[in-house]
Write a protein that binds this ligand. Sequence first.
Ligand code: TYD
Length: 135
Amino acid sequence: MNDSLLKNLKIIGDSRGQLVALESNIEIPFDIKRVFYIYGTKEGINRGKHSHYTTKQFLVSVKGYCKITLDNGETKKTYDLNEPNLGLFQDKMIWGEMHDFSEDCVLMVLASEFYDEKDYIREYKKFIEEVKNGK
Ligand code: TYD
């Protein structure tokens, strides 16, 4: 797992406050087809716990903070998303788990594909098998 997955996003600030702009194939390393966001996460809840065959994701905690653990089947690394100008790239075939959400966390996820349940691997054992198969 590589530190370059966590990116510092450019803050465009002036006397009124801050703005961050994200564009397909510039800050975000794919064409954005879908955006979803997670908020109101109850204490102690972990989300995600899946990987995707083709979907790539880019995660930004636009408010509050959470942690994301990425796992490529061999190594795991946990990233702190604790600033609205930090973005984490989760490639396809990477197992991801979101945890330690603050009560006010709004986690925005930009995705490279439309929602398709068939693109999910929700069983860790199956994920490891698919990694070994070179998927
Ligand atoms: P789920 O995959 O459990 O969310 P998480 O991985 O964050 O824990 O998704 C919860 C529900 O929302 C599930 O019924 C699928 C649905 N969903 C959509 O309809 N569209 C989407 O883009 C996403 C991410 C989920």
